[in-house]
Design a protein around this ligand. Structure first.
Ligand SMILES: Cc1ncc(COP(=O)(O)O)c(C=O)c1O
Length: 392
């Protein structure tokens, strides 16, 4: 990988700023889980430096010693303005938001508002593995509504799951992933309106995890769930965490539609105040001043997904890759390679490249891997070279 070490720096693309040696000095999960001979393209961290406006806000806060409990409404205000500029949505009302420590704790908080222990939570599998873990930990049951063959929401399967979830008249929730992790599918306004309609018909409350909303590539348009007709009693989780790589500076917002204002008002003060103040400062700066950086990132990701498609077509044509239009995650169907349920184990053992195993994403995940595209193009090339060697 000597070419990787010596590659020239690119002034604009955040994905081309760091060398492999610099990345290996990182102490976060992505770079520390595996030995040094493994190329890690798994967990959703990005190989980028911190966006300059975010770095400045954090550095200034540290210089002030501003590390106490968090306060104020700067975060929802910054997100409301971002939502207006990016998505043309002016329905994010600051008074219908609550700070939560991170997206998954916000999801649990929201599920706790609309269901009781033992109630069902519907998910579209294959889906982000912690959905299963957190729902179980919260004492709720998962009901799966598999995605269709086109990887989009299958309304028939969703209706069946809603019916099953509501059996006996129990409350139920639908944990929507929008955009969808791991497929990168961006749900359309029509699809989301149909979901809202179906949920209302079955009396199911929708909790939309919209953490990947800022990472929508050119040509596609993210539609906030709460902006569609019929979603008035919905709840949404948004965050700057994925768009600006801030998982180490935690924070998120729980946002209510107009008919769910009372739910959000029930978030305990102690929960909101448990949100990292430095996280809130970072996320606020990202939404307020990080648009230019985000655009450069999105352009780099767009290049990377094209690069991956071309490399797979050349070196591993048996892998099916249907590039989505959002997230920096590529969902690869490896079933035709004949590597069994867990091809990620083979790529790791024989190729020394770490990908997420599809088996953890619920029904429909077997035989798949998830590859993290948020890295330098050279590392994507190297990953595919290693994958091809693993099956040669
Ligand atoms: C769909 C989805 N939800 C939630 C999270 C995690 O968010 P947080 O770290 O804020 O809990 C991720 C992280 O990749 C994700 O992909």
């Amino acid at each position: 990988m000597s070419g990787v070490r010596n590659r020239p720096r690119d002034a604009v693309n955040p994905l081309r700023q760091l060398t492999i040696d610099q990345l290996r000095q990182r102490t976060s999960l992505k770079w520390r889980e595996y030995p040094a001979d493994v190329l890690p393209l798994w967990v959703a961290e990005m190989d980028v430096p911190l966006a300059e406006p975010v770095a400045r806000a954090i550095t200034d806060a540290v210089a002030r010693g501003d590390t106490g409990y968090t306060a104020g409404t700067a975060y929802p205000q910054a997100l409301a303005e971002f939502a207006r500029r990016r998505w043309g949505w002016d329905g994010l009302a600051v008074e219908r938001t609550a700070l939560v420590p991170d997206v998954m704790h916000g999801v649990v908080e929201a599920l706790g508002m609309v269901t009781e222990p033992g109630d069902a939570v519907v998910v579209n599998c294959p889906v982000y593995p912690p959905f299963y873990e957190f729902v179980a930990h919260a004492g709720r049951r998962i009901v799966e509504a598999p995605l269709g063959g086109d990887l989009r929401i299958d309304l028939g399967a969703l209706a069946d799951a809603f019916q099953q979830a509501r059996a006996g008249g129990r409350p139920a929730a639908y944990l929507l992933c929008s955009p969808h992790n791991p497929t990168g599918v961006v749900h359309t306004a029509d699809e989301l309106a149909a979901v809202a309609h179906l949920a209302a018909r079955h009396g199911v409350r929708v909790v939309a995890d919209e953490i990947h909303a800022p990472v929508v590539l050119g040509g596609a348009r993210f539609v906030p769930y709460l902006s569609v007709p019929g979603a008035e009693n919905g709840l949404s989780l948004m965050s700057a965490s994925k768009g600006w790589n801030l998982a180490g500076l935690r924070g998120a917002l729980l946002i209510a539609g107009p008919a769910a204002a009372a739910d959000v008002a029930r978030v305990p003060f102690g929960t909101s105040v448990s949100t990292s103040h430095l996280g809130v400062i970072a996320h606020t700066a990202a939404f307020r001043d990080g648009g230019e950086w985000l655009d450069a990132l999105l352009a780099g990701l767009d290049d990377n997904r094209r690069l991956l498609a071309a490399l797979l077509a050349e070196h591993l044509p048996a892998i099916r890759y249907d590039p989505g239009q959002a997230t920096y995650l590529a969902w690869l169907d490896c079933r035709a390679l004949g590597l069994g349920d867990d091809p990620a184990a083979v790529f790791l053992d024989r190729g020394r490249v770490a990908l997420n195993s599809g088996t953890t994403f619920g029904t429909g995940g077997d035989g798949h891997v998830r590859l993290n595209l948020a890295t330098a193009p050279e590392l994507i090339t190297e990953a595919v070279r290693r994958m091809a060697l693993a099956v040669a």
